[in-house]
Design a protein. Sequence first.
Length: 197
Amino acid sequence: MKRLTLMLALALAVAPGLTFAQEGEKKAEHASETTREGEKKDEGHLEIWKWVNFLILAGGLGYLAGKNAGPFFANRSASIRKDMEESLQKRKEAEARAAEVERRLASLESQIAGLRAESQQELAAGAERLSRQTADDLAKVQAHAGQEIASAGKQARSELKRYSAELATALAEQKVRARMTPGTQDALVDSFVRDLK
């Protein structure tokens, strides 16, 4: 590629020099318009130089193109072919990834449906477990309340018996005191002392 560029630059550098030579001859031709015969001769020489210049330029370009164009185009074709193969490979990889993503999305929907069903079952089981636990707790509370009520009833009855005994004792004491006279007391003490003997 560098050689091709160098040769083209050389050919382009030589071509203006030849063109200047042709222009110089044109000026000389115009200056020497003294005779027609000289003009025809100059035109013939000028025409020959034009063809020589063209042949040199065409030959140089043909040589450069023949020498460098084949490998350049072969390398370029190989590079394009390689790029096409790489792009085809990348396209296949991208299609495989897209298929994998679509497969995952399809399985994701079924997984979501499964999770929903599972969560609904767990929710129903939790609600049932909670209602059973609430019923058990309520039964325990009712049993405990019944025991406390029974205990409170026993305690109330016991206190009522004690109170009624104290009341009966107090009433009995009042009645005994009301009936007790000094003579009755002496008789009781004498009876007690006799029993002791």
